[in-house]
Write a new protein. Structure first.
Length: 393
């Protein structure tokens, strides 16, 4: 049995230097060989380390590292293999060591994937607070694993999805002054997504992050991210998922040309893709009204609202969309001079936003009511105060 003599306690490499390099495609191909010589050479190359520096990391001398790389020496005992795996920030099974934690790890991945899916269902069903409660522990656990150097691709992919889900759910439950927190979490996912050569995953991450940037007031950055997402979308379905959010951001930015062009393409794709919570006539009706108002065409919005009723949903849409549509339509009714109709719509929106715990939408209703709809304003103020009190408890 070849058991090397260690030169002393090695320094712990900073997590910043570990940097998730093991998640690249090249690294995965090398790790799949379980060839320690190739793994050591790759590690030295990506870090720019000499054999002496790698020896210091492992606690071995330079000549022993050289012998391992040349295949003149081999590690066979479990203790040494586990030690090398730990120092190189690798899961032990990569070097052929059966780790008792592997079964728990596999169960964690399966559980994590289910958690992300169920959290998204909860958010879409109007239970974003429950989604946050489920995702936060998962993200913390995955990040702790990554900090410890366990950076398998499957772990990082799950971490990216979990961060996106957490940020999006937070974007539902946080008030406007704290929405930067939601954008922070979706931005964190981009750090992981860049590792993967996966246009669909990148498009999803840019789409979700761009929308949270818009909500937090960084509209220019939002348009940039969403435009990028549209450009790299691998198919029409992915492209259609981004376009409504780009239209929203373009409207908020006051970019009439981009808004009109994006809306036209989105309507065109309605007949080509399956409808979703964003890509459906009901959602596009609200987005179109809001964008017309935001780009200085209130009269067009009024005419559109008066020409026909809200389109009948073609799918089961998320409850928060009803709140969003009520607020936007209420604002248009106010612009048309229908104070009574606007009050009814906004009070209804406040009632539903309070029930779903959506402070951002309550703030939108409050702004829409302004000083001209006192009943709606009072209703929104009371609901927002109650919700903030609960959040601070």
């Amino acid at each position: 049995m070849d058991t090397p003599q260690k030169t002393g306690k090695p320094p712990r490499r900073s997590p910043r230097l570990v940097s998730w390099h093991w998640a690249t495609r090249e690294a995965q191909a090398i790790l799949a060989t379980r060839n320690l010589s190739a793994i050591l050479k790759y590690h030295r190359r990506v870090h720019g380390d000499s054999q002496t520096q790698t020896g210091e990391l492992l606690g071995y001398d330079k000549t022993y590292v050289s012998a391992l790389e040349l295949g003149k020496r081999h590690l066979s005992d479990v203790g040494s293999l586990r030690h090398v795996a730990e120092r190189l920030s690798l899961p032990a099974h990569v070097l052929g060591v059966t780790d008792p934690a592997d079964a728990d790890h596999r169960a964690m991945l399966q559980f994590g994937q289910s958690t992300v899916r169920l959290a998204e269902i909860a958010r879409q069903s109007g239970h974003a607070t429950e989604a946050v409660a489920e995702l936060w522990p998962l993200v913390a656990r995955l990040e702790a694993r990554a900090r410890d150097g366990n950076t398998e691709r499957e772990v990082l992919r799950l971490l990216a999805h979990a961060r996106l889900g957490l940020g999006t759910a937070l974007g539902n439950v946080l008030p406007e002054e704290r929405l930067a927190t939601a954008a922070h979490w979706t931005a964190q996912s981009l750090d992981v997504v860049r590792i993967f050569d996966d246009p669909a995953l990148t498009t999803t991450a840019l789409r979700m992050h761009g929308n949270e940037l818009r909500k937090s007031g960084l509209v220019g950055a939002a348009v940039h991210r969403l435009t990028h997402a549209v450009a790299i979308a691998p198919n029409q379905t992915e492209r259609a998922a981004v376009l409504p959010l780009l239209a929203r951001a373009a409207g908020s930015l006051g970019n009439q040309a981009l808004f009109d062009r994006t809306m036209d393409e989105t309507y065109h794709l309605l007949d080509e893709v399956d409808h979703t919570s964003l890509v459906n006539p009901t959602a596009l009706y609200e987005i179109h009204l809001r964008g017309l108002v935001a780009t200085g065409r209130a009269e067009d919005a009024i005419r559109r609202a008066e020409a026909a009723a809200v389109p009948t949903p073609t799918i089961s849409i998320a409850p928060q969309w009803r709140v969003i549509e009520l607020i936007t339509t209420g604002r248009v009714r106010l612009l048309a001079g229908d104070h009574r109709g606007a009050t009814e719509l906004l009070v209804g929106a406040v009632r539903e936003a309070r029930a779903q715990r959506l402070p951002h939408q309550l703030q939108r209703a409050l702004r829409a009511a302004g000083d001209v709809l006192p009943d709606a304003r009072e209703s929104a103020e009371q609901a927002l105060t109650q919700l903030r009190t609960e959040m601070a408890a």
